[in-house]
Design a protein around this ligand. Structure first.
Ligand code: NAD
Ligand code: UFG
Length: 338
């Protein structure tokens, strides 16, 4: 039996993708060092979906441990989520980010080649577009990065492009996620950030549940419809479905493709706050605060390539996103340690 290996499979997007793969009948192995996740996530996944899942603890920089995984299991493709993702932390600990994200990916690819596994779905990010000149953003837009986290994603994209140039029998998709939010509709798995959330949706949810007094809205003087920042929020279950489509695409394609996973619609911070309050009938107090350094005004995807190449498009609405985020947060006020 062949398996799909998920590096970082216990994380927010990895656990939702594991669930989607199990539901579609794929045997799954997760390999995660739990540096930013809990073993509970995949325990809950196994309760939600009957299926074949093996959960392993290990670090992608540990070449010997990775070799053991490939030696012991037949693996047909890898979905590579493992990485550190906090922008602020990356500016304080650049070497740690480059080591974990870039060196970790190189090690993973080396072991994959050794075992002749050459199908890879990589978690890239809309961060590689930097401060895009125009929206919606197509995959052909210029790339740049303003912090070590973003640089690490851009460097990995370049490394994987060079790999495919040298060895054209690899099949790689660079999935550029926009802003993942929401949770499985069961409310059993979701996003469980460590400490104070950096991202908007978990912050809103923690304010709504009473853990934080109010949201700071970072800037109301951007050139957007209400002055607050606009982003392309995408339901994590739609994102998970996109990985399934990418894996199916790689069954018959070689080469490398960068593909946006977004809805194509931008919502502002205040759109998010108001929709969350209205749909969930819960107050979200907020104050206007100064702009957050490094933030851009508006960022949303041109999602056409995902539809034409993968046959994928986002299906869930903003109402679904805020409803499912709230179900997870209100049922698990302290995340997996609730
Ligand atoms: P997450 O932190 O919840 O999941 C990442 C998982 O990788 C965690 O379980 C962590 O323990 C694991 N991990 C980290 N370093 C590892 C290592 N060296 N070896 C083994 N496991 C390791 O993050 P997420 O939101 O699920 O993101 C998954 C991927 O998607 C990341 O690469 C991230 O950069 C990328 N991404 C996320 C977003 C977002 O907003 N969530 C947006 C764009 C791209
Ligand atoms: N925001 C607030 N208050 C908060 C948090 C966020 O007003 O407490 C605003 C931000 O200013 C921005 C919007 O909400 O306008 C979204 O912010 P997020 O931090 O949720 O998301 P970003 O688009 O800034 O960043 C995300 C990921 C990055 C990734 C980037 C591009 O967190 O890792 O998308 O893909 F690089």
């Amino acid at each position: 039996m062949t398996h799909i290996l998920l590096t970082g499979g216990a994380g927010y997007i990895g656990s939702h993708t594991a669930l989607a793969l199990l539901r579609a009948g794929y045997p799954v192995i997760s390999f995660d060092n739990y540096s930013n996740s809990s073993t509970s996530a995949l325990e809950r996944v196994t309760q939600l979906a009957a299926g074949n899942i093996t959960t392993l603890s290990g670090d992608i920089r540990d070449e010997a441990a990775l070799r053991e995984v490939f030696r012991q299991h037949k693996i047909s493709a890898v979905v590579h989520f493992a990485g550190l993702k906090a922008v602020g932390e990356s500016t304080e600990m650049p070497l740690h980010y480059y080591d974990n994200n870039v060196a970790g990916t190189v090690t993973l690819c080396r072991v994959m080649r050794e075992f002749n596994v050459k199908k890879l779905v990589f978690s890239s990010s809309a961060t590689v577009y930097g401060d895009a000149k125009t929206v919606p953003i197509a995959e052909s837009a210029p790339r740049s990065a303003t912090n070590p986290y973003g640089q690490s994603k851009l460097m990995i994209e370049l490394i994987l492009e060079d790999l495919v140039k040298a060895e054209p029998d690899w099949g790689i998709t660079l999935l550029r996620y926009f802003n993942p939010v929401g949770a499985d509709s069961s409310g059993q798995i979701g996003e469980d950030p460590n400490g104070i959330p950096n991202n908007l949706m978990p912050f809103i949810a923690q304010v709504a549940v009473g853990q934080r007094p109010k949201l700071s809205v970072f800037g109301d003087d951007y050139p957007t419809h209400d002055g607050t920042g606009v982003r392309d929020y995408i339901h994590v279950s739609d994102l998970a479905a996109g990985h399934l489509k990418a894996l199916q695409y790689l069954e018959t394609h070689q080469g490398i493709e960068a593909i946006n996973l977004g809805t194509g619609t931008g919502y502002s911070v205040l759109d998010m706050v108001k929709t969350f309050s209205a749909i969930n009938q819960v107050a979200v107090p907020y104050q206007i605060a100064p702009r957050r350094p490094g933030d851009i005004a508006s960022c949303y995807a041109k999602p056409d390539k995902a539809l034409s190449l993968l046959g994928w498009q986002a299906e869930k609405t903003l109402d679904d996103m805020v409803r499912d985020s709230w179900r997870w947060q209100s049922q698990n006020p302290n995340g997996y340690s609730s």
